[in-house]
Design a protein around this ligand. Structure first.
Ligand code: GTP
Ligand code: MG
Length: 445
């Protein structure tokens, strides 16, 4: 609140400027980041506060927004406060999510002038900004997931197809954490994810469990790696033939995938029959015939060897073709979403509760004008409702002029009329959002 005071300008009039907005807290997707480590050091973050308005109609500056960089693949969930339950999914470089909005500034007294009120001696308070807690989860963003039994040769394939250097060893569960690698072709790049081996019962926790499958939930293609020589890794061929063992190994993994997540089980497949250098051509050919009878003509089946390099070129061509074709199919005239390649990495709409994409999130306080009146005892009325409570919060009710302004607003909202209908008399006490004050206004509008 301010009045112009200057020599030779008597009755300069109100000149209080508005307060500035509080800054927003914004998460920005930064492709140069790989993890959330930078956010470990601090737990509290706040954006800049808006500056109070000044005399001479100077508005206060807006608060600086706080920009926090997160890596692609970060999923964000509001877990407390006003932002509870909101979700964002940051996948593309430069994408932004306003996770908590700054409050709006209060208006200076100049704004409350009217023909009747030429010198308002009150101003409005600013509204507090949003606050709350966020949970940040990083999920790998890969186009292709490698799945199979432990020791099937998944990490060896990743190492041969990309420049990644995952640990490879002749025992199960060599891979404990997912590894990523980039396969480059002329038409583009495809990110491959190698994950730990699955075993029977993984979906209920056996072996390393199936939690890491979350990392390949957003892939668009799975390579199911089947070891052509399981007996050399110590798997007994009991009773049945090698062919039957290969098929039952395949079925076991497929079952675990389906138990983990139906969508994962629905993804397109490529079958890689690995370690072909360890078996004769007859066995490899027989396996191809058996698998194609099982899965039909739409699933490519490739015989590969990470030792000799056989079949790896064909596998690379197949992966590049399938993933890049899926990308262009989804990018076809679908606007910005598809060009971010979200189409290729996120589940189809309706398949599951899909988090909103950061670009499309916009939250405004709902305009809810409802209110309720209670009349606990003679001479006392309690009014509750978001709009009236917000109105009261923003003014100093010790200030007679501010109360008179509030009265006018209450009358327009119909609150005074409603109070009268309940037996309100001028001078009765009115309680709104923790404040109690006497209202003398009549209900005339
Ligand atoms: N001869 C031969 N050996 C292979 C081939 N591919 C993988 N191996 C061997 O098989 C063993 C397991 O290979 P990995 O690539 O670690 O298998 P994995 O599927 O990643 O295994 P986990 O991470 O334990 O699930 C290693 O001893 C590899 O050297 C291949 O094409 N030919
Ligand atoms: Mg491995």
């Amino acid at each position: 609140m301010s009045f112009r005071r200057e020599a030779h300008v008597p009755r300069g009039g109100p000149d209080g400027g508005d307060g500035g907005r509080g800054g927003d807290v914004v998460l920005v997707c930064d492709a140069s980041l790989r993890d959330l480590r930078a956010l470990r050091r601090r737990t509290h973050y706040r954006a800049g506060a808006g500056v109070a308005g000044h005399g001479a109609l100077r508005h206060g500056a807006n608060g600086e927004p706080l920009m926090l960089a997160v890596p692609p693949g970060t999923q964000v969930t509001g877990s407390a406060g006003e932002i509870e339950g909101r979700k964002w999914d940051l996948v593309a470089d430069g994408q932004q999510a306003v996770v908590a909005r700054g409050g709006v500034g209060g208006r200076g007294n100049k704004r409350f002038t009217s023909p009747k009120r030429q010198a308002p001696h009150f101003a409005e308070r600013g509204v507090p900004g949003e606050h709350g807690e966020l949970q940040l989860e990083l999920k790998l963003l890969a186009d292709v997931g490698l799945v199979g039994l432990p020791n099937a040769g998944k990490s060896s394939l990743l190492a041969r197809l990309t420049r990644a250097t995952p640990k490879v060893a002749a025992y199960p569960f060599t891979t404990l954490e997912p590894n990523l690698g980039v396969l480059s072709g002329e038409a583009g790049q495809v990110v491959l994810a190698d994950i730990p081996g699955l075993i029977e019962g993984a979906s209920s926790g056996a072996g390393l469990g199936d939690e890491f499958l979350a990392h390949i939930e957003r892939t668009s293609l799975l390579v199911h790696v089947v070891d052509l020589a399981p007996e050399l890794s110590g798997e007994p061929i009991q009773g049945g033939s090698v062919g039957e063992l290969l098929q039952s190994n395949y079925a076991l993994i497929e079952r675990e995938l389906a138990l983990h997540d139906d969508r994962l089980a629905q993804l397109p497949r490529v079958i890689a029959l690995s370690k072909s250098d360890l078996v004769d051509v007859i066995r490899a050919q027989q396996a191809v015939a058996d698998f194609s009878a099982l899965v039909g003509p739409d699933v490519p089946i490739l015989v590969t060897s990470s030792a000799t390099g056989a079949g790896l070129g064909a596998l690379a061509v197949e992966l590049l073709a399938q993933v890049l074709a899926a990308d262009t199919a989804t990018a076809g005239g679908q606007g910005p979403e598809a060009s971010l390649r979200i189409g290729a990495t996120s589940p189809p709409a309706g398949a599951r509760e899909e988090p909103m994409l950061a670009d499309h999130m916009l939250f405004r306080p709902g305009i809810e004008s409802g209110y309720e009146i209670e009349h606990p005892r003679a001479g006392v009325f309690c009014v509750s409702g978001p709009t009236v409570e917000r109105l009261i919060e923003r003014f100093d009710l010790e200030n007679v002029e501010a109360v008179s302004y509030v009265e006018t607003r209450l009358r327009r909202l119909g609150v005074l009329g409603a109070l009268r209908a309940k037996g309100f008399e001028p001078g009765d006490e009115v309680r709104i959002g923790g404040d109690a004050f006497a209202l003398f206004a009549s209900a005339k509008s």
